[in-house]
Design a protein around this ligand. Structure first.
Ligand SMILES: [Zn+2]
Length: 206
């Protein structure tokens, strides 16, 4: 294991944890009650707690390649991401679910330019984003198309999320809200997807 990880553990235990000790004790005694399920990409540049300025106990997080939501149908096989959704919504009772895509997402690029290695599980997984792919003008892949595909992918995953019966029931009862975000890595900014119009607007303006 890399020395920097070990040194990081030591630094956290020594320097950061004392400041959190009481908070963690309360969270252990009372149990967690996170208000939000955050479904994001595994990309190392997408840090849910950092970009939402959240702390321990705030977010229940599921990260996978592409921030994808698998179909609800349990017959199609085991999906960790589906289990997370059921746990967060049915057991923890979160009030919000965020699906957060991001700029320069390798999963979205791979839909157009497969990585060229043997990765059958990855290929099958990425098919969950395939309907977001757009036709290319002159066969050219450009950054605008990638950004648009990333946003279409978020909308697609939200649609699939709304197909989960337990999600649909709670949304219709006004107990749960679904949100689509597109995080711009290079600007530290989130654009929110308006589910009615399909347009974007800044989620948090200064
Ligand atoms: Zn990504």
């Amino acid at each position: 294991m890399s020395d920097s990880l070990i040194r990081g553990l030591q630094r956290f235990h020594r320097e950061a944890f004392p400041g959190y000790r009481e908070h963690f004790r309360e969270l252990v005694a009372a149990g967690q009650r996170p208000g939000t399920l955050f479904i994001g990409c595994s990309d190392s540049r997408v840090l849910p707690d950092l970009l939402t300025d959240s702390g321990p106990g705030d977010l229940f997080v599921s990260r996978n390649v592409g921030a994808l939501v698998p179909p609800h149908d349990p017959e199609v096989g085991e999906h960790e991401a589906a289990a997370v959704i059921e746990y967060a919504v049915a057991v923890l009772g979160v009030r919000d679910v965020v699906v957060c895509g991001h700029s320069h997402c390798g999963a979205v690029r791979a839909l157009y330019e497969p990585p060229g290695v043997s990765a059958p599980n990855l290929e099958r997984w990425l098919e969950l984003a395939r309907p977001a792919v757009m036709p290319l003008a002159d066969g050219q892949l450009d950054e605008d198309t990638l950004r648009e595909t990333e946003r279409r992918n978020v909308a697609l995953q939200l649609e699939r999320l709304a197909d989960y019966p337990l999600v649909r029931e709670r949304v219709e009862a006004g107990e749960l809200a679904l949100h689509g975000w597109h995080y711009i890595l290079e600007e530290g900014r989130v654009d929110a997807l308006d589910l009615e119009s399909g347009r974007l607007h800044p989620e948090a303006a200064d």
